[in-house]
Design a protein around this ligand. Structure first.
Ligand SMILES: Cc1cc2nc3c(=O)[nH]c(=O)nc-3n(C[C@H](O)[C@H](O)[C@H](O)COP(=O)(O)OP(=O)(O)OC[C@H]3O[C@@H](n4cnc5c(N)ncnc54)[C@H](O)[C@@H]3O)c2cc1C
Length: 73
């Protein structure tokens, strides 16, 4: 199979980049070493409870931060 872009890492950065490229009609594959995507923004489960690996809150645009619209689309 052929791809236009190969993204290494399925954290927020990789997933955002892949999503933007796919929206531009490029054929993209994301290679993730972990068993599920998300990286530091992912989750894990223990005994029926779900825990954040890292990020627990995503803040809305303030006008001062770099343009993060892609993250919220
Ligand atoms: C404890 C903690 C709390 C946080 N809290 C917040 C918060 O509340 N709000 C907030 O906005 N941000 C928070 N952050 C920051 C935020 O989680 C990270 O900035 C963001 O998730 C980083 O995303 P990333 O895609 O750049 O990197 P990562 O999330 O590190 O993703 C990298 C991915 O690449 C994969 N990978 C690495 N090497 C390879 C390889 N060779 N082959 C294949 N896959 C590979 C990894 O498995 C991982 O999934 C927190 C971070 C931590 C650690």
């Amino acid at each position: 199979m052929e791809y236009d872009a190969i993204i290494i890492g399925g954290g927020l950065s990789g997933l955002t980049a892949a999503s933007l490229l796919a929206k531009s009609r490029l054929k993209v594959v994301v290679i993730e070493k972990s068993y599920n995507p998300g990286g530091s923004c992912g989750i894990f489960k223990r005994n029926g409870a779900t825990f954040d690996i890292g990020a627990a809150m995503l803040l809305r645009r303030t006008g001062h931060a770099p343009d993060d619209r892609a993250l919220y689309q």
